[in-house]
Write a protein of this length. Structure first.
Length: 121
C-alpha cells in the first residue's frame, strides 16, 4: 500500500510526489549503457564513464566536469548518480561498469585517435 505524502491540511500545494518526475529504476543505467555502446569516443561519454568508475571505486570525481556536458547528458549523469544508490540492481551496474572501464582504457591508451566501438556486453 502506497503512503500518501504528508502535508498540512491548509496547504494547497500538490504533494511532492506530483512535483517530481518519476523515473523507472535502472532506466538511467540502461540509457548510459546504450550511450556508451553507441558513441564511446564522444567527450560526454568519457565524462560519464569517469563518473561511473568514480562511483564504483568510491573515489573523488571533479563535479566541474559535469558542467561541461550538454543539458541532456548532465541530466543523465544526475539520474545515474541517483540510480547508483540502488544496490539491488547489481547486474546492470556490472555491465555498465565493464563498458566504462573499456572506454577509459582505450581513451588512455590512444588519446589522439577516435575510440573504436565498444563491443556489446
Amino acid at each position: 500500500m502506497k503512503e500518501k505524502p504528508w502535508r498540512f491540511a491548509s496547504d494547497n500545494t500538490p504533494p511532492v510526489s506530483l512535483l517530481l518526475p518519476e523515473s523507472k529504476p535502472m532506466q538511467a543505467l540502461k540509457k548510459a549503457r546504450k550511450l556508451i555502446e553507441k558513441k564511446p569516443a564522444k567527450q560526454s561519454v568519457l565524462t560519464l564513464s569517469k563518473l561511473i568508475l568514480a562511483l564504483e571505486s568510491e573515489t573523488p570525481f571533479n563535479l566541474s566536469e559535469l558542467y561541461q556536458l550538454d543539458y541532456d547528458d548532465f541530466e543523465l549523469a544526475l539520474e545515474v548518480i541517483k540510480d547508483w544508490r540502488l544496490d539491488r540492481y547489481y547486474s546492470t551496474k556490472a555491465v555498465l561498469l565493464g563498458l566504462s572501464m573499456q572506454v577509459e582504457e582505450v581513451a588512455s591508451a590512444e588519446p589522439n585517435t577516435e575510440t573504436p566501438a565498444v563491443a556489446a556486453a
